[in-house]
Design a protein around this ligand. Structure first.
Ligand SMILES: [Fe+2]
Length: 366
């Protein structure tokens, strides 16, 4: 029997890619059109939509674009979508007075606004459809936990979905700033400085799955950092800790010496102020980042002594209905990658298992 084995094409881009998504940090201080502001009418509309969804007896999980009408706000969401997909690879919506609302109301607004952008997908194996990003004292050395629920610095990385959203409820006493860099700008700089190192990142890198292992898969995965398919770029930045801890698996392919050097240059460039833009969060800020073209990080932080004041962001993972064409190597990490379907997130076969934890102390994993 003749079985055709499809070998992924890891061919690199022919050179620097350029275009509007290849921004450097200085451009973002000159052009701040990536920030959209919610005015009083927008806020009143979100409040009314949240109230209506509650009086209709709708669970937050059942909120959809068509049952959460936002005639005004949805126009701004369309601008935001354009920024995310075509202009900057990210966008902000600012000005929701989060301190005026109870948790249920804020979550309804967040889920409803996000539903106008795309389809919300589960972000961890507990089926969380909104997650709490705050320090709950998770041990950074626990290989089966994520680092989001600590106060540690998070290196530049990408999440396993088209768009990751964060809504800020409280900021830290010190630090905890968000930073973004354009994956394409970093790629292009590597291509100009050292094409061999750049091309080394078009070969798969071994990454620890940290306990989130789809059926039939290894506890580690192999995905390149840079991918090029039909003239389209896909970027994937694993956390360095997850690359390091993958070395515990004896059967997993090791990084080449060239890849080790390439990753050093890659993470150095991501952090370089020429490419990294630091954006302080304010309560009421929504940040949305397109993971395939922009990488995100956060600085370490020192928190307030009172539990109620602690840095607290709520996270949402979104599948874009008309998202980018993705390189097949991403299928190693995602359930499926087909454009035009709900894709990305963590595989939760039973929809009944999806939940929205109201309280921040719920660990992302049990
Ligand atoms: Fe992240």
């Amino acid at each position: 029997m003749n079985i055709a084995v499809r070998i992924p094409d890891y061919s690199p881009a022919p050179g620097p890619i350029g275009g509007p998504l290849a921004w450097q940090s200085a451009q973002l201080s000159e052009d701040t059109s990536w920030v959209h502001h919610l005015g009083p009418d927008d806020i009143a509309e979100l409040e009314a939509a949240a109230e209506k969804s509650r009086s209709d007896g709708l669970a937050i999980l059942d909120i959809r674009k068509d049952n959460f009408a936002l005639p005004l706000v949805s126009r701004k969401v369309e601008l935001l979508r354009h920024d995310i997909m075509n202009r900057f690879g990210f966008g902000y919506m600012r000005g929701l007075p989060v301190q005026n609302y109870d948790r249920d109301t804020v979550m309804r607004m967040y889920f409803g606004l996000s539903a106008h952008l795309g389809d919300v997908v589960p972000q961890n194996r507990n089926g969380h459809m909104i997650g709490h990003v705050l320090d709950i004292g998770t041990d950074v050395n626990d290989y089966n936990k994520r680092l989001t629920q600590t106060s540690a610095e998070l290196s530049f990385h990408s999440d396993a979905c088209d768009v990751v959203g964060l809504l800020c409820l409280h900021t830290a006493m010190h630090g905890g700033e968000s930073a973004l860099c354009s994956a394409i700008a970093v790629h292009d700089e590597m291509m100009r400085r050292d094409p061999d190192l750049c091309r080394a990142l078009y070969q798969p890198v071994t990454v620890d799955r940290r306990g989130e292992i789809p059926e039939g898969k290894q506890p580690w995965m192999r995905i390149p950092v840079f991918m090029w398919q039909n003239g389209e770029f896909t970027g994937y930045a694993p956390l360095p800790d997850y690359i390091r801890s993958a070395k515990r698996f004896e059967d997993a392919p090791k990084l080449t010496e060239l890849q080790e050097r390439a990753l050093d240059l890659f993470f150095t460039l991501c952090c370089d102020p020429q490419f990294a833009v630091r954006i302080p969060f304010e309560p009421g800020d929504f940040q949305f980042v397109h993971n395939h073209v922009v990488f995100h990080s956060r600085t370490a932080f020192e928190d307030w002594p009172n539990q109620a004041d602690k840095r607290h962001l709520m996270r949402i993972w979104i599948s874009l209905p008309e998202g980018r064409e993705l390189h097949p190597a991403i299928a190693e990490r995602w359930i499926h990658i087909t454009r035009g379907t709900v894709r990305g997130g963590v595989n939760i076969p039973n929809r009944k298992a999806l939940i929205i934890p109201m309280e921040p102390m719920t660990p992302a994993f049990s």
